[in-house]
Design a protein around this ligand. Sequence first.
Ligand SMILES: [Zn+2]
Length: 721
Amino acid sequence: MSFAADMHMSPDTRFEPVVGLEVHAELQTRSKMFCACPVVDPTSADPNTAVCEVCTGMPGTLPVINERAVEFALRAALALNSQVAPTSVFARKNYFYPDLPKGFQISQYEMPLATGGWLEIEAPQGSKRVAVRRVHLEEDTGKLFHQAGSSLVDFNRAGVPLLEVVSEPELFSIEEVKAYATALRTLLRYIGITSGDMEKGAIRFEANISLRPAGSQSLGIRTEIKNLNSFRSMLRALAYEIDRHRALLASGGAVAQETLRWNESRGETYPERGKEEANDYRYFPEPDLPPLAIDPAWVERIRSSLPELPWARRNRFVTRIGLSADAAGILTAERAIADFFEAVLSAAPEASPEKVAHWVTGEVFSLLHQAGTSLVDFNRAGVPLLEVVSEPELFSIEEVKAYATALRTLLRYIGITSGDMEKGAIRFEANISLRPAGSQSLGIRTEIKNLNSFRSMLRALAYEIDRHRALLASGGAVAQETLRWNESRGETYPERGKEEANDYRYFPEPDLPPLAIDPAWVERIRSSLPELPWARRNRFVTRIGLSADAAGILTAERAIADFFEAVLSAAPEASPEKVAHWVTGEVFSLLHQAGIEIQASRLSPGALAQIISLSEDGRLTLASAKEVLAEVFRTGEAPLALVEQRGLSQVSDREMIEGLVREVLDAHPSQVDQYLAGKRPILEWLFGQVMRSASGRANPAVVRAVLTDRLRASEENRTPR
Ligand SMILES: [Zn+2]
C-alpha cells in the first residue's frame, strides 16, 4: 500500500493548514467607481453598452470618486469593527492584461480605507473571531470571453466598485474557511452593499495557504491561488493544495512559494505563467485623485444607520427569544427570512418561538423550495398594484417607449409609485398584432407576459414584430397565444402548462363589499393634484421660454423641475436658459458622479442661485463658479463663505488690473516692441501673462480692455518720434 493511498484513508494530522482569504465583493452602487456609467447586470446587458472614456482609459480623462461607493465600503468596515483611516490614498496597480484598458487598476495599497477588525464565525470547535487585516476599495476589470481561438472583451464591468476584505492567516481548516466566507457574504448582504450573487460573480476569492507542523506557531511556505470565482472552486482548490503541500512535506520535499491559478475542469492548481515578471505591480499613489479624507461625523452617521448585524441577531434569537443556536443560525442567515420570522412572532404573540421557528424552517422552507430552486419572498404579496390598460393605439416601438416613459413620469409626479425599475416597481404586459399598412382592421395578436423592465419590453416587442412579419410575409398565420419572454435567449416562448389555467374563473369577491366612491372625495383629490408633467413641460416652453428639449429634460423628474423653479425664483435676474444650462449640465453631472438623486444632495436651490448670480455679475470666473458649485454640492457650505475662504472672487477693479498690466508690459519690453512692430498675435500672449499674474481671477473683459488701451497709448506715444 502506497503512502498516498494510506493518507486518503486516514487524514494526516501531523500538518495543520493555515489559510488567509481575500474576498472581493462588487458593490451595488448605481454608477461605477470613477465615472457616471451605470453598473449593469453582466448576464443581461449587451456587451460594452455601459462604458465611457473614463472606464475605457482614454487619454486625458480624469477619475472622480463615487461617494456612494465610499459610503458602502465604510458600512462594511464598521460592520467588521475595523478602524477607518482619516485619510486613505488610491494607488495605481500597474500590469498589462487585455481586460484592463488603462494598463493599471486603481486600488489602494499602502494607505487603505480601513485596517484591523474581526469577523465572528461559527467554527466546528465553537465561535471564533477571525482577525481582518484591511478593507479597501478598488475598481473591477473588464471580462474576457474566449471562443474558438479568439478572445472578446466586455468593458461593462470595468470600473465597477469592488470591496476587498483581507483576513489574517487565521483559518485552520476547510470548515473554518467555509464558515468565514459564508459569514462575510451574509454580513455584506445584511448591510445592503452587495447582491452577493455568486452566479453573477458578485463575490470572488483569492486564498493563500501554507502548512505547518501541528502545534507550531511559525508559518510554512505559502502558495497563493487566484481566480476562485465560487465557494465550490475555492474549497476544492484549497483541499487540493492542502493535499499537495502535505504530500511534498511528508516526503521531505519543499513547497515553492508561487502564485497559482485554479483549473476547475481538471480540478488542479497550476502556476500562473507569463505573469511572473508582471507581478511587481509598481504601485504608486494615483496622481489624478486627491487623498480620500473621511469626515468622522459621516462615519458616525453611517455607524448609527447600520442594521442589527447577523451575529448580534443570532445571539439575540438565542438569548432573548430562546431558540437553539442551530435554529437561530438558520433563521438569521438571510435578513429577509429573519424579518419574516420576527413579523410572524409579533403577529402571533401567544405562539411559542420554537413552534414558529419550526413552521418557518420546516413547512415554509419546503414550500419555498418546491416553488422553485430560488427562494420566494412573500414580502411583495398583497402590495397594492395599479393596472393601467391602454387601447391598442401604439404604432411603433418609439411610440410604445414614449407612452411607457410618460406614464411612469406621470405616476411618479402624483407621488403614488417609486417607479424604480430596478426594484420591479413597474412591470408590463403587451399585446401585439401586425396589419397591412393603411388597413383599419386588427390582425391576430399575441400577448407577452413578465416584461419586467423597459428594455425587456422593447426587446420582446421588436422580436415579436420581426416574428409576425416573417410569418405573414411567407403566407403563414400568427397563432393567437400567450407568450413569455426569455431575457437571456432574447426570445419569446409559449406559456406552456398554464393554458388551462388561463380561464381565470373570475367572480365577485364575496368577502368585500362593492367599492362606493364619494364624488366629493373625487373632487378633493382632483383639486389636490400637482401640475402634471405635460402641462408643466408646455408652461416651461410658453411661459419661461425654454426650448422643448430643455423643458422635456427638466420636467422628466418632478424633483428636478421643482429644483429648477426654486433656483429661478431665487435668482430672478438670471436668464432661464442659463439656469437650465447650469442644472442640466453641472448639477446633473455632479448627481451622476455621486450616484444620488437631487433630493439627497446637499445643494440647495438658493445656493445654486447665488453661484449663478456671482458668475453672471462677474464676481466669479466660470471656472471658479464651477469649483465653488462642486464644493457646495459636496459639503453644503454657503457659497459666499467659500468664495471668501478660497480667495476666489474675481478682480474687476480697474485700478488693480491697470497695475498688473503695467507690470507685465514693463517686464516684457521686447514683446511689446514686437507688438508695436505689427506682430498683433503677441496681444494674446500678453493677455495670458496678465491673467497668470492674477492667478486667473481677473475679469477677462476688463483685462483685455485695459491691455488694449495701454498698448494703443504706447503706439500713439511712439508715432510722433
Ligand atoms: Zn464609464
